[in-house]
Design a protein around this ligand. Sequence first.
Ligand code: NAD
Length: 484
Amino acid sequence: MTELKDYWQNYIDGEWVDGGAGRIEVIDPASGKVLATHALADARDVDFAVQAARQVHRSGELSGLRPVDRGRMVQAMGRFLLEKIDEIAPVLSLEQGKPLWEARVEITGAARYFEYYGNQAETLEGRSIPLGRNYFDFTTYEPYGVSAQIIPWNYPLEMAARSLSAALATGNACVIKSPELTPLSQAWFALAAEAAGLPSGAVNILCGYGREAGAALAGHPQVNQVVFTGSVPTGVAVAKAAALNVVPCVLELGGKSAAILHDDADLDAFVNDVRWGIYFNAGQTCSAMSRVIVHESRHDDLVDRVAEMAETLSVGPGIDRAEFGANMGAMVSLQQRDRAEIMVTEAINAGANLATGGRRPKDYSGAFLQPTVLTDVTPDMAIAREEIFGPVLSVIPFRDDEEAIEIANSTQYGLVGGVFTSDLDRAMRAARRIRAGQVFVNEWYAGGVETPFGGYGKSGYGREKGREALLNYVQTKNVAIRLR
Ligand code: NAD
């Protein structure tokens, strides 16, 4: 049994502090038990954190460092997370519901962002623009100053690491609004910043309600750049708040991503892609494979094999699932589970059929839902258009390539997409036409921290990951010099 301390605080200007809005209970979704309480920030706390970050920015303590030195600090934060993985993983597993081994995968992924962006710190170079013999002109990239980062609960460490590492590497001071369902594991970012020697105020972490602390941060007049990862409606509210202050905003929102499975694809390999694509993190992944669009000739075979795979997954408390394997944990909350379950019921009422799952496992009362496969889904059904954010796969048959692309592109989202075929020409044609920021060919989630990620359509704008992301955190200055 992992013992957690009872009360966790916010971290502002290098100090652990209480919250003006009191405390929030953090619940283990597998058991429904209270794990601990966490300080809840109000608008005043947000203001303190922004002022602390602003002070660091103005002092030049971070932005004035030689980039290689700043990069080394960022890399050290990643190494710190790996050193502490045995401490962090149970906390993340308990507060979020994911298997312990998945928590370790997430922490390793979070550390990887610090490695990558720490390495990139010294690669962001300006250029010189010729203006004739009487001038010398150059560009530089300067950090915005205070970067506000609003984080969701599904991968709280990886999502925060993604923004924090790139923002720090480029010399910004950061204020993180941690997710109110999963705030505990964020504490290790503060410890990592201290261990790496970052100045106090460079990393501030507050848990608070979105409508209060989140809104106060997104609309704070001294925030210079906002990164939001979460749902579409909240993203719209955050973007409006940023627009009122005329500051740039990155929106990483939801998805309803589809894999197109052609008749010439390797079905055995694909079943493994489905396992990761929709059942990892109990399907609470923005880039989840929530739809499979399958050639009609492979439909029945695919459904049989995927249902069989889904039934092998042992569902239960994440903290008991330490070993990498065929298992799945709880969803993050009863509310999220109930929402997914209702969407499945409504799909059945609309004409879909359950190939497997769709129910709560009878051994547990927590936020569990069996790995689910729905067939007879049509593209116009809500289940095919709306994000479920749960372990629910919709299977939709197609007749020809044209129809497959049309179905894939028939939602308001455009985060990722996939095509599975042994015909490279066909894959390339599909890759060009799938309306999404990232296309996977023959492997769902192919790519990594190095590859840019972000949405088309309602999935958002701006890119995180890869070198593209660095440009979200800097502004270009041009200096033109008249020579005498
Ligand atoms: P959410 O939008 O409810 O909350 C996200 C964050 O925003 C939380 O920290 C919340 O407190 C805060 N928030 C809520 N209201 C706010 C407001 N008015 N102003 C400022 N902040 C506010 O989303 P969620 O339920 O936590 O996360 C699930 C969603 O996130 C899904 O739609 C998923 O697809 C998306 N997501 C996207 C990505 C991506 O990279 N594209 C990654 C992870 C999750």
